[in-house]
Design a protein around this ligand. Structure first.
Ligand SMILES: Cc1ncc(COP(=O)(O)O)c(C=O)c1O
Length: 427
């Protein structure tokens, strides 16, 4: 019996489902989840001592890989000075300045401990600012697990075919409108039906939680135009795309200025840290300056801030995104050739260092097409890759991440393994 199996049996006695976040349980792919004992560079080592090439990267934060020496050194120094003060520290200003300098639309920023808190705060700010109540999101976009946003959500909710959660009062859910990703007409229809009712449109400018789905060329600029026309706050949820597709995130890449931006994952360098930022006028509505309340015992925690600062220093080095783009393109190209050579019906979506291999479909650009993919075939592919030492996210509806410490050799190795697995899938 493997150590991971033993640990999973024990964990299930004390922790619901044995995990502290649902997708970790591998329910969508079957088998026991690996318990990880440590990570090194682009690899993780499980409780049985087996090594895997890692494309989960803690679900996105680890753009610098595991235990990067520069981050570890800074954390050690910070740790010696104490773990938490619940009082302001100079390091928080350093991180805030780096965020404001990097992300074009952010004039002021508030740090939180999770992406869920960041999006929840962004919605509250939008409602306080506009004095309206409704919010509009897109089917298959995931913005954390707050009540208003667990409606037709992606990621784990989609993986378990529970895009709506029990426990969310109907009265709350009814304030959340759901439009179709990459479909401006569906947004316009809601706006026309209630021209002064919608406080915010929240969107993943690059959708990473129904697998990776790219915005069509006019989609984001169209959203900016419509929201301006109707006086709606436009929130870009860049928890995944922030510092992932470039220093300025998707908004810099596509040259769109949202009113508010949510950041998470990379901005905390693998520690619990996220952020909401945006226009000064809206951000200054937050307590203690304004009437919109938001707080957190561990917000701006010194260790988390330190990991964030060091990670942002690392990604700010010249050539970072050029390199990540090259590796991502090489991966996508390699996988497409493998798909073709093995006669598999599948497609690859990729941008920069993010990619998803969708099975059983030719093209995926929204929730409807994503949910047509063959999750059984994905599960078999996943198990084949695990058996060969490649750790992918355990769901069709997630995104793979390449880090700065992956290289061409690792990409080649991965493509070769994928081709081998795809060949066997057809048998
Ligand atoms: C786009 C997006 N927004 C928000 C969140 C929620 O962040 P957290 O899990 O830190 O609460 C996630 C998490 O995966 C996410 O992908």
């Amino acid at each position: 019996m493997s150590t991971s199996h033993k640990l999973f049996l024990e964990a299930q006695q004390y922790i619901p489902g044995g995990v502290n976040s649902p997708v970790r349980a591998w329910r969508a792919v079957g088998g026991d989840p690996l318990f990880i004992q440590r990570g090194r560079g682009c690899r993780v080592i499980d409780a049985d001592g087996r090594e895997y090439l890692d494309y989960v990267g803690s679900w996105g934060p680890l753009i610098a890989g595991h235990a990067h020496p520069q981050i570890v050194r800074a954390l050690e120094e910070s740790l010696k000075r104490g773990t938490s003060f619940g009082a302001p520290t100079a390091k928080e200003i350093e991180l805030a300045k780096m965020i404001v300098a990097a992300v074009p639309s952010i004039e002021k920023v508030r740090l939180t401990s999770s992406g869920t808190e960041a999006t929840m705060t962004a919605l509250r700010l939008a409602r306080g600012y506009t004095k309206r109540t409704k919010i509009l999101k897109f089917a298959g976009c995931y913005h954390g697990h707050s009540d208003a946003l667990l409606v037709r959500a992606g990621s784990g909710a989609l993986t378990f075919s529970q895009p709506d959660s029990q426990g969310v009062p109907e009265a709350f859910a009814s304030q959340t409108l759901v439009a179709d990703y990459n479909n401006l007409a569906s947004v316009e229809a809601y706006c026309k039906a209630d021209p002064t009712g919608i406080a915010a449109v929240i969107v993943e400018p690059i959708a990473g939680n129904m697998g990776l789905i790219l915005p069509k060329p006019e989609f984001l600029s169209g959203l900016r135009k419509i929201t301006q026309e109707y006086g709606i706050v436009l929130i870009f949820d860049e928890v995944i795309s922030g510092f992932r597709v470039g220093l300025g995130g998707a908004q810099a890449l596509y040259n769109i200025t949202p009113d508010l931006t949510c950041l998470g994952k990379i901005v905390g360098g693998g520690m619990p840290l996220a952020a909401v930022g945006g226009k000064r006028e809206i951000m200054d509505m937050l307590a203690p300056l304004g009437p919109v309340y938001q707080a957190g015992t561990l917000s701006g925690n010194p260790l988390a801030v330190t990991a964030g600062v060091e990670t942002l220093k690392l990604v700010s080095a010249p050539g970072t995104y050029h390199r990540l783009n090259e590796l991502g393109a090489m991966m996508a190209e390699g996988l497409r050739v493998a798909v073709k050579d093995t006669g598999t019906l599948a497609c690859v979506n990729q941008i920069g260092s993010m990619f998803t291999l969708f099975f059983g479909v030719e093209q995926v650009d929204d929730y409807a097409t994503a949910t047509q993919s063959d999750t059984q075939l994905f599960a078999r592919f996943f198990q084949g890759m695990i058996a060969r030492g490649f750790y992918l996210p355990p769901s069709q509806f997630e995104t793979c991440f390449i880090s700065l410490v992956h290289g061409e050799a690792e990409v080649r190795e991965t493509v070769a393994a994928a081709k081998d697995v795809l060949k066997n899938l057809r048998l």
